[in-house]
Ligand binder design. Structure first.
Ligand SMILES: Nc1ncnc2c1ncn2[C@@H]1O[C@H](COP(=O)(O)OP(=O)(O)OP(=O)(O)O)[C@@H](O)[C@H]1O
Length: 268
């Protein structure tokens, strides 16, 4: 049996008494890259929050690495760039990356030489060493995103949760973070990321397709089908998320629709 990072059973997640996600069952494998994809408001970040132990389920069961994520397993590193630091926080890049040590040290623990080396290594891996003494406020969005991922890397972890890590990045920054994601997997870690990019989801080992519920979870080829995407995104937006044009146009490809040209019409 595949080793699991997470398992959800009859899970309900939400805010106050508003249910945002109701999912009967889905799993996320360990030591693999999982992409959570779905339309705006479909519950991707909500699921990540629950996996990261930031949000308690309203009902049902969610286990991460065999336990409750609320008893924050220190082995799960959650990078929440959107919430991490309010604008104007007077903090340097090195300090921000060093905050990845807090789950281990607590707020008042003193970092050892090893801990400090870990911070430097994470900054090197993300290519932000030159920015170490700069204030976060002085960075571009892409540079800041690298800093957040470096913070996640600093934490001793088996699983890395990343909220839209590649969104809005230039090719260089995206490549750096993409490389990190794949190195993490090679090290036997799990990476769970949220995305709006179908290609990013196709490149993952496992996909969870959300629409306020789990539409499907499994390998990309089984999840990112026309039917599932139509279910999640609605028929009206299907053409925007359909396979690449060359797949649509080449009748020899297994996924091609043959002579069915109806898919080229834009439904209104
Ligand atoms: N802090 C909150 N308080 C109340 N409702 C929330 C909160 N965060 C999210 N929601 C609601 O929960 C639902 C799911 O939101 P969530 O942020 O998980 O979606 P998402 O798929 O990540 O969206 P996006 O693609 O826009 O980032 C939405 O209806 C949203 O309005």
């Amino acid at each position: 049996m595949t080793e699991l990072l997470a398992e959800a059973v009859d899970l309900r997640l939400g805010y106050g008494n508003q249910v945002a996600v109701a999912a009967s069952r889905f799993t996320i494998p360990h030591r693999a890259v999982t992409a959570i994809i779905g339309p705006n408001g479909s519950g991707k970040s909500t699921v990540l929050n629950a996996l990261g132990g930031v949000l308690e389920p309203l009902a049902g069961r969610l286990t991460v690495l065999g336990g409750s994520p609320r008893v924050r397993p220190p082995k799960v590193s959650y990078v929440m760039q959107s919430l991490a630091f309010p604008a104007g926080t007077p903090i340097t890049v090195r300090e921000a990356v060093g905050m990845g040590l807090y789950p281990k040290l607590g707020w008042f623990g003193r970092p050892s030489a090893d801990d400090r080396a870990r911070v430097e290594r994470a900054m090197e891996r993300l290519g932000v060493t030159d920015l170490a003494d700069r204030h976060l406020d002085e960075l571009s969005g892409g540079q800041r995103q690298r800093v957040y991922v470096a913070q996640g890397m600093t934490q001793d972890h088996e699983a890395l949760l990343l909220d839209e890590p590649l969104t809005g990045l230039d090719i260089t920054s995206a490549r750096v973070i993409d490389q990190i994601i794949h190195t993490e997997r090679e090290r036997g870690h799990a990476v769970v990321l949220t995305t709006h990019d179908l290609d990013e989801a196709r490149a993952a080992d496992w996909v969870v397709l959300m629409a306020g519920r789990c539409v499907a979870a499994g390998p990309p080829a089984e999840v990112l089908t026309r039917e599932h995407l139509a279910d999640a995104y609605g028929l009206g937006s299907l053409h925007a998320h359909a396979p690449e044009p060359d797949v649509l146009d080449d009748p020899h490809k297994p996924d091609a629709p043959g002579h069915d040209h109806s898919r080229h019409q834009h439904p209104h």
